[in-house]
Design a protein around this ligand. Sequence first.
Ligand code: ZN
Length: 216
Amino acid sequence: MTTIIYGNPHGRVYYMHGGKRVYMESGKKSPGMPQGWHESESDELPEIGIHEGEWVYNMLNKYTEHLWNTDSPLFAKTQVMFNSASEYPPKARAAAVNLLLKYIDDDAIYIEPHCNASGNDWSDAQGHKVLYNEAASKFAPMLSRCIDVNKAPDTKERALKLAALSWALDEVNCPAMYAEMFFMTNKYETAIAQKYLGIEGSYLGLQEFHNEVNDD
Ligand SMILES: [Zn+2]
């Protein structure tokens, strides 16, 4: 059994103020609401932005639901909601994950999903990026590769690379990766991400990783 620890570093939620969403440090912003976000019938993307923290939170809830519905004995999962990226910069997140690892008897992996953005309006920038650092675990590149090739068949790969030390992935005491899943400023990617959010693909990636680690 492998415990999957997900971190949402832009976790500070929004509140409604005079009918408007007000976000506190919720990361990057999409210029419009993804289609179907609140079961809208419209084909148009309504012009109300949505922030990274809210998107990742929604994605992780759907992902957890998928794992529960998938009758797999391989994975347990937990979600860490960091209050904000300024209170929990990468080194603090690594320390928090390492503390959590002390209470987990099984193998564990850490995945930090992000959404990318380019500017404040819709634009052509697209693709996904996966970062890792094998300093704390030799399995980090394998985890990143398994998720990268399976996760998002419809988004272009921008990078699969060693993370800068400032991301502190070298300090996480288990295989760890950071993913910019897609551009929330790209209409095409926003629409496909809303449909499946890379959920089934990244699950395949996790299974592949699990098999590779347990084969040797
Ligand atoms: Zn982010």
